[in-house]
Design a protein around this ligand. Sequence first.
Ligand SMILES: Cc1cc2nc3c(=O)[nH]c(=O)nc-3n(C[C@H](O)[C@H](O)[C@H](O)COP(=O)(O)OP(=O)(O)OC[C@H]3O[C@@H](n4cnc5c(N)ncnc54)[C@H](O)[C@@H]3O)c2cc1C
Length: 385
Amino acid sequence: MFDHLLNEEELLLRNTVREFADQQLAPNAADYDESGEFPWDNFRGLAELGLFGLTIGEEFGGSGGTARQSAIVVEEIARGCAATSVIFVAHLSLCTRLIDLFGTEGQRQRFVPSLVAGEKVGAFALTEPGAGSDSSAISTTATKSNGGYLLDGTKMFITNANEADVFVIMATMDRSLRTRGINALVVERDTAGMTITKQHGKMGMRASSTAEIVFESSPVPEENRLGPEGQGFKQAMQSLNTSRIEVAAQALGIAQAAYEAAVSYAQQRKAFGQHIADFQGIQWMIVEMATNIEAARHLVYNAATLRDRGLPFVKEASMAKLFASRVAVESADKAVQIHGGTGYFAPTPAERYYRDAKVTEIYEGSSEVQRLIIARNILDTEDRK
Ligand SMILES: Cc1cc2nc3c(=O)[nH]c(=O)nc-3n(C[C@H](O)[C@H](O)[C@H](O)COP(=O)(O)OP(=O)(O)OC[C@H]3O[C@@H](n4cnc5c(N)ncnc54)[C@H](O)[C@@H]3O)c2cc1C
């Protein structure tokens, strides 16, 4: 339904990932959701398709590529298995890409090829118990010591941390400097004084692990800092601006999956002697889903196109995430409703979509934070402070 707006290369990529999602991701999504196990075969499959190299420099094993291509890939992965798409975004967009963008030649050589090959798993840690939306208030400290840093503090809600080998950790040298005191440090798994504890009881996205990381005088060499001192926050925000388009694409993929499940069920299920698809009440729900998904898709690919053309895209990326995440939640809600009682039970996918969709309104900047960003861009409020 969007094919006329994709070029040949994009269509080929979309079809390749869709085939993988239909054959590998979707059939196993319910089982992984139930077991909560990390889907290693999905992860390896994505690596084999070369998808961890997307948007990464070719000199270190990447394939380059555009924001539109990333959005296409994330949408298709999320349509098959949303949890796998979170793993993908944390690994590629938040960890590998940050190192590739801001690392020195030596740092990129050291870390990027094994992440691109999927031999190592990546994670990105900004959030803390006391600082989520207000990420400039982080209190994990990087104290200078012996030509490097000692890390102390706690990170929470860190995707992939349970399995990750390479972490990009945001830590402050001096809290009074706020954003200008923050460094991005690449930390390896076996670092001394680092404890990782998986967080249980997650509503959705259950096959992706989410963990707390505690650092107690954990040594990190200075050569593991990305860019000059005090640039970490800027680097993280720059990176999140782009990955926000991917989270919007993830929401879109969940919405699309919920819509397809709802249409299929409505065409099969009978009540009062006819298919429920013949009832206007059901038709209106499906029409609303289809229309909102189409609108969300235009917002997502508009933001990605602006990004690819080097034009301002931050407001549009936030609009895409704000809208697509709402559409995901509402579409999943309608999919459950259309499935009736069946929709309330696993393994009907509708209840999983319902649980998976919600977090797209929370992470990578909650919907309230997206509104702040959009307002700031429209009203120029930052400049008047
Ligand atoms: C499954 C999952 C995976 C995650 N993965 C990662 C990861 O890999 N790495 C990482 O660093 N983080 C990760 N996060 C953390 C996520 O980014 C944060 O949860 C998110 O930024 C919100 O922060 P918070 O939870 O502290 O909520 P808070 O910031 O405490 O917000 C609470 C409520 O207040 C609202 N609010 C806050 N400020 C304002 C404001 N100025 N105006 C209006 N409303 C406001 C929020 O929108 C929200 O509704 C993950 C979270 C989840 C749930």
